[in-house]
Design a protein around this ligand. Structure first.
Ligand code: FES
Length: 61
């Protein structure tokens, strides 16, 4: 599964896949770091699975 950049991933805070990808590219490459820096996935955690998919995209294959 993949997400378009403009797709909203974290509905609590309105972060799109593009926002999350940019944060990951800046080095916030774990769920904990993303929670700390963006507060993404820091409320209902309903976006956790989607964020983990975005994190896995960055792993070398
Ligand atoms: S959808 Fe991301 S914390 Fe609720």
């Amino acid at each position: 599964m993949t997400f378009r950049d403009e797709e909203v991933i974290c509905f609590c805070f309105g972060f799109t896949a593009g926002d999350i990808r940019q944060a990951i590219a800046r080095g916030e490459n774990t769920l904990d770091k993303l929670r700390e820096s963006l507060e993404a996935c820091d409320r209902c955690q309903g976006c956790r699975g989607e964020i983990q998919i975005l994190l896995r995209e960055q792993e070398p294959s």
